[in-house]
Ligand binder design. Structure first.
Ligand code: SF4
Length: 372
């Protein structure tokens, strides 16, 4: 049996070297499809025998992408385009971009002009996703994705295969939820926790699930954490910057739960399993909630964060705000108010994909840790 360190090292190596994983798939003759966040239908890509590969950008200096975007647009979409222009995705069969915020809509249009050799496939989601007409609209969007994938890759779609893919992703969801709870209980460090989530973007679902099972087995044998530091819940779009995670660790802060789009939010909801798998996927999307890019007039996300803090007996909330992300900036006001009325300490850290200096974040977290 592998040791805990060996298992975490596996996750770390994929999370920090996605390009190696990408190249390996190409060498093995696989067709890789880029999946830009959030809620890209990976199940469909998988069911068609293609490899869904996360495209959340990377921490890098932006140069070429600046010709296509104004400066005040989030660095996630800018860095996805930058990677495309630099040829880092060479060999990718297509890139699926969902329509869930204005920045993503611009990305798709710019991609068509800037990266001509990788087809852009739009996934258009409805704002009113829960009503029957919303579910029909989502199904129509998926059908368009299937048709575009067929054209780009020559792959075929069969509903029976989608049923199997949905089961594989539901299984991964369940394992992720179990691992998340165990990592909190056993005091797993923020970098290791982040690697478990991040690596999932670049691995085949079956392989990642296998690793999760190994991790669960070993974690269950560990003593519960005797944690002298502080416990927090994180919230935001992306919280995987190594500089930021080190600051958490230097200040003995453990992440015991998150409401981060790139982390546990991906794994909260399972698709139903009926005889109409495309509709099952649309129902899964309809049941997604508590997210800044999904329409919710009651903004229940703020209450969810407060509930997480109470359930995990956390000491506070750290909002990791991606600069120029309008949807998350709007939600921050609600989160701040909810934390204040529940007497929960909270801190705000702004991040972007070009960040090299973390002094400001360091100062904020040092002061926050002392306050908790
Ligand atoms: S939701 Fe925010 S972070 Fe994500 S692509 Fe849109 S603006 Fe960028």
């Amino acid at each position: 049996m592998k040791s805990l360190e060996q298992i975490f090292e596996q996750f770390h190596s994929i999370a920090t070297n996605p390009k190696d994983a990408f190249n390996r798939y190409l060498e093995e003759g696989e067709k890789v499809v880029g999946c830009v966040p959030v809620y890209t239908p990976k199940e469909i890509v998988h069911a068609m025998g293609l490899v869904p590969f996360g495209a959340w950008g990377a921490d890098l200096e932006l140069a070429e992408a600046k010709e296509y975007f104004p400066a005040f647009i989030c660095s996630i979409v800018q860095s996805v385009l930058e990677l495309g222009i630099r040829g880092e995705y060479e060999g990718m069969s297509a890139l699926i971009v969902p329509s869930l915020c204005d920045s993503l809509k611009c990305l798709g249009q710019n991609w068509k002009y800037a990266v001509k050799d990788i087809p852009f496939i739009p996934m258009t989601y409805p704002q009113n996703r829960k009503a029957d007409f919303g579910i029909d609209f989502t199904v129509a969007g998926y059908q368009r994705v299937i048709a575009d994938l067929q054209e780009a890759t020559g792959a075929t779609f069969e509903p029976e295969k989608l049923k199997e893919s949905i089961k594989a992703y539901n299984k991964q969801n369940a394992l992720m939820r179990e691992v998340d709870a165990l990592m909190a209980q056993k005091g797993v460090m923020p970098t290791q926790r982040s690697d478990v989530y991040k690596s999932a973007q670049f691995m085949k679902v079956e392989e990642h699930s296998q690793w999760l099972q190994e991790l669960i087995e070993v974690l269950k044998k560990q003593e519960d954490a005797q944690h002298d530091g502080k416990k927090v819940v994180t919230a935001g779009i992306l919280a995987d910057s190594s500089g930021l995670l080190k600051i958490f660790e230097n200040n003995q802060i453990q992440v015991v739960a998150d409401d981060v789009a790139a982390e546990s939010r991906q794994y909260r909801i399972d698709a139903p399993t009926t005889d109409d798998p495309l509709r099952d996927l649309a129902v899964k999307f309809a049941e997604m909630d508590h997210c800044c890019v999904l329409y919710d007039k009651d903004k229940k996300r703020a209450d969810l964060i407060v509930d997480m803090v109470k359930e995990k007996e956390a000491d506070g909330v750290v909002v990791v705000l991606t600069k120029f992300c309008d949807p998350d900036e709007f939600d921050y006001v609600m989160i701040k108010r909810a934390c204040e009325s529940a007497d929960i300490p909270h801190a705000l850290i702004e991040v972007d994909r070009q960040m090299k200096e973390f002094q400001q974040a360091q100062t904020i977290m040092e002061a926050f840790a002392e306050m908790l």
